[in-house]
Design a protein around this ligand. Sequence first.
Ligand code: SF4
Length: 88
Amino acid sequence: MSSYQFDIFGNSIPIEETSKNIKHGGRITKKSLFRSINGYKSGFYCKNCKYFRELRYNRKYFKCEKLGITSSEATDIRKNDIACNLYR
Ligand code: SF4
């Protein structure tokens, strides 16, 4: 049975397909490396995790304590990201 990740338009993408997006311009992003290590917990979302943080400056930013809270967009997550296996 395959697991799915939803994109911003609500389309489901098999998890195997998302691994194709690990490299961006020859670099591995911090978020994609974190996700490839910690996997996906189907049926759970980051917005319900105790490590999820919503920061407000000029706009809202969504961060994960486990991924790291920095001012870089490399550590931005989305509310509706499928949770990883560190989910609590
Ligand atoms: S589910 Fe994983 S990536 Fe999402 S907020 Fe929790 S620890 Fe971070």
